[in-house]
Design a protein around this ligand. Structure first.
Ligand code: PBG
Length: 323
């Protein structure tokens, strides 16, 4: 028998052949751009730990959203940074709160040309920085928070959000939001459930972007990075409660979770390439230690190869243009 028997290298001999047999292809429609809007800004302000990412003014958000849509991104995920925070996160529910007015702005700008999504969580709006309301002993009160999430979801839907992203990791949050939306006539507003969201140190730069006031951590509600089966339980519950899409977050350090979730559910599975994942690459590239563009695409291919059908990434508009 001639040796070698098989020659896998034969299919790698030219760019055309490699392209022909590529198993994973990125498409702009699967990329979702997270964007920040800060109340009271007149000019966009760069986020130091997220090079290239801005805290937008209402005006610059409209323009950046339109640019991203022109580049072909599949969706936009909006985060609001209010000027005033209180223990109840009232700004999240107020129709005049920054996130709700920004949703109106963006929907009137890009209409139905993309999917406008909102972060449905209280942490940007609470003075203590937790994702929920606090009980008198200082712990995060799950069931009181559900009621607030329901009202927040209705406010976002009333502002025109197409999809709400339940990211607070309270038990029962998807069911509570689904019920609240349905009771207010928003049956067609869908829920992107941050189903398996880990208590990750990779969220550091995001907390700069939203000027987080959190002291302490989120370990009583977000998942332990050591756990995989627990993620499957969270996904099962969210789907039972009515999640339209489930998400794993962060992405690159949790490819095994993405893959396992894809095996166990028939709803679309998304992944969130979070701020720290982005910042690591940007920082290394700025030092000349990594080829920025190649690493950027490699990470996204890996997340897609693991099974994610949609990816939230701060590179969404850039990669959409590149493709
Ligand atoms: C919660 C929320 C967070 C992120 C998205 N939604 C922060 C957290 O859970 O502490 C992090 C996203 C990122 O790091 O890019 N509102």
């Amino acid at each position: 028998m001639p040796f070698p028997v098989e020659r896998p290298r034969r299919l790698r001999t030219s760019p055309a052949l490699r392209r022909l047999v590529s198993e994973t292809r990125l498409h702009p429609a699967e990329l979702i751009l997270p964007m920040f809007v800060k109340e009271g800004l007149t000019e966009p302000r760069p986020v130091a730990s997220l090079p290239g990412v801005m805290q937008h003014s209402r005006e610059s958000l409209r323009k950046a959203a339109a640019d991203a849509v022109n580049a072909g991104v599949g969706g936009i995920m909006l985060f609001g940074v209010p000027s005033d925070k209180d223990p109840y996160g009232s700004g999240a529910i107020d129709p005049g709160g920054i996130l709700n007015v920004a949703v109106r702005d963006v929907v009137s700008e890009v209409g139905n040309d993309t999917v406008v999504m909102t972060d449905l969580c209280l942490d940007e709006f609470t003075s203590h920085g937790h994702c929920g309301l606090l009980a008198t002993d200082g712990s995060v009160d799950n069931d009181a928070t559900l009621e607030a999430y329901g009202r927040m979801g209705v406010a976002q839907a009333a502002a025109g959000a197409h999809m709400v992203g339940t990211s607070g990791m309270m038990d029962g949050q998807v069911g509570a939001v689904r019920t609240a939306l349905d009771n207010s006539g928003y049956q067609n507003v869908s829920i992107l459930a941050y189903a398996a969201k880990y208590a990750s140190a990779f969220y550091g730069p995001f907390r700069d972007a939203v000027e987080s006031t959190l002291s302490g951590d989120r370990k009583t509600y977000q998942q332990d990075p050591a756990n995989l089966r627990e993620a499957l339980r969270e996904v099962r519950l969210d789907v039972e409660e009515g999640a339209d899409i489930v998400m794993v977050k962060p992405a690159l350090p949790y490819l095994d979770v993405i893959s396992a979730v894809c095996d166990m559910t028939d709803v679309p599975v998304f992944a969130y390439q979070v701020s720290g994942e982005y910042a690591m690459v940007e920082a290394a590239a700025a030092n000349g230690w990594l080829d920025r563009e190649r690493v950027m695409l490699e990470t996204l291919h890996s997340i897609k190869r693991a099974g994610a059908q949609g990816i939230l990434t701060y590179w969404a508009a850039e990669v959409a243009r590149l493709l």
